[in-house]
Design a protein around this ligand. Structure first.
Ligand code: PHE
Length: 460
């Protein structure tokens, strides 16, 4: 932890130098890049999905498997995505061609683009819920509502489809605008302020929740591991959640690697992103579960869990109105920094894939085509709850792990010149660290993903 913050301090000192040297498209500092990558990782996955999946899968039993997945999969795969981007300077489509010298591995980037589109389909819907909650918090609608009223309120919100559609399309328009006008620097600055503010507010909320009567039971639920509850399904869900939360297995972080200053170390940057993301997820659990038990609610309630519990907690904070508006604003921004990175995967794909064709697409055209497809997917997800659920499950538990499997096989086994590349980027810290990275990437990641799949299919 100390090292983490020391590196942060050192990075700040480097800022001035980096600012003078960076090309126009690069991030203006190492901290800026880490914050932006953390902005992609930290989002609804941590605050909405982590508590509801953990609640459905036994709390403490899920937590321990999740943390193991973060170490075994998260660390090496974030490093690998950064490495691919940094060495190629391109998005996924261009990167696989550049690094392999031909287009034999480019099929992977097609899968990544499909995954990004499907995630966006349901992610924008949940982002729409957050915008709706921000609007409701602003008019103090939650004041005096009990748990039953908050539950009914959530159901009313999602069943009013035309209104919901408006709230889902708003973040799509905002995300498209950011990508159209390439306001990277603004986003980077926003993330630098947002991240610490979000952490601070969440700490205050955790402090408040722990003072509630009956919160102990929630702490036990979240931190006590009942090993008998660890089933193949729990392991699969935890693996999927770690991929989703860390934005790995679909090329999103390759883009951040492409913007990385040459002097930036991929290993240290990856550790920082993993630590920040995990901290936010743990804080979300620390807020939600004690409150769930104190309010006599059900931890396995599903996707609506945090949308019922959070307004109740915020109502108990001092300056309740201000805290609620601030929290939902930060949540909306955290969601937007994730949708930006999701959409960039599809936009970069369209641009790179069309570059050598008769009609190369401009950035604007790529953004508009992507936005059009995503708008259709949003409509489907708003009107068909079953599509929403299957996009949610399929992307995290199947497509992202498969995408990561392909990536680990490519970089670990097939990529030409891989030893030099890994040595150049990872070997600059400790040698043992590089060795662990290679063992994880070549052996542990692919075999674990396969075993988890086969186990869930009942084949082991
Ligand atoms: N990691 C993001 C979150 O937790 C979601 C995301 C997934 C973003 C994949 C980009 C790519 O909210």
């Amino acid at each position: 932890m100390c090292k983490f913050f020391c590196t942060f301090a050192a990075d700040f000192e480097n800022d001035v130098y980096e600012n003078q040297c960076m090309s126009k498209t690069s991030f203006s500092s190492k901290v800026g890049l880490i914050m932006a990558a953390a902005g992609s990782a930290v989002g609804l996955g941590n605050i909405w999905k982590f508590p509801y999946i953990a609640g459905e899968n036994g709390g403490g039993a899920f937590l321990i498997v999740y943390l193991i997945c973060v170490l075994l999969f998260g660390m090496p795969l974030i490093m690998t995505e950064f490495l691919i981007g940094k060495r190629s300077g391109k998005g996924a489509y261009g990167a696989f061609r550049e690094l392999n010298g031909n287009n034999r591995w480019q099929w992977l980037s097609w899968g990544y683009m499909m995954t990004a589109l499907m995630i966006m389909g349901f992610y924008f819907v949940v982002t729409g819920w957050c915008f709706n909650y921000l609007a409701e918090a602003a008019v103090n609608r939650f004041a005096g509502m009990d748990m039953q009223a908050l539950t009914d309120n959530f159901h009313n919100v999602v069943s009013n489809k035309p209104r919901m559609l408006g709230f889902c399309l708003l973040p799509l328009v905002l995300t498209s605008a950011v990508l159209l006008f390439e306001v990277n620097k603004g986003i980077e600055r926003l993330c630098k302020i947002l991240m610490p503010l979000l952490l601070l507010l969440m700490m205050l909320m955790a402090g408040r929740v722990l003072m509630l009567d009956g919160s102990n039971e929630g702490m036990q639920f979240f931190f006590q591991t009942d090993f008998s509850k660890i089933t193949p399904k729990v392991v699969m869900e935890a693996m999927g959640q770690s991929f989703f939360s860390l934005s790995i297995g679909m090329g999103a972080l390759i883009t951040y690697g492409a913007y990385m200053p040459k002097t930036q170390n991929v290993a240290i940057s990856s550790i920082q992103v993993v630590v920040l993301d995990t901290l936010v997820a743990l804080l979300a659990g620390l807020i939600i579960f004690p409150a769930v038990f104190a309010f006599g609610f059900n931890p396995a309630e599903g996707p609506e869990l945090v949308f019922v519990v959070l307004p109740a907690i915020l109502g108990k904070m001092s300056f309740a109105w201000f805290s609620s508006v601030l929290f939902f604003s930060l949540l909306c921004i955290a969601a937007l920094t994730s949708t930006i990175s999701l959409m960039e995967v599809a936009v970069a794909f369209l641009r790179e894939a069309s570059a050598n064709s008769k009609h190369p697409l401009s950035r604007g055209q790529s953004v508009l085509i992507t936005a059009g497809i995503v708008a259709l997917l949003i409509v489907v997800c708003v009107f068909a709850g079953s599509v929403f659920d299957s996009f949610d499950k399929l992307t995290a538990c199947v497509m992202m792990p498969l995408g990561a499997l392909g990536m680990s096989l490519f970089v670990g086994w097939f990529m030409p010149n891989q030893k030099n590349m890994i040595k150049g980027e990872v070997g600059t810290i400790k040698r043992w660290f590089k060795k662990i990275y290679i063992i994880l990437l070549r052996f542990i990641v692919p075999t674990s993903i396969l075993i988890i799949f086969l186990n869930n299919l009942g084949m082991l």
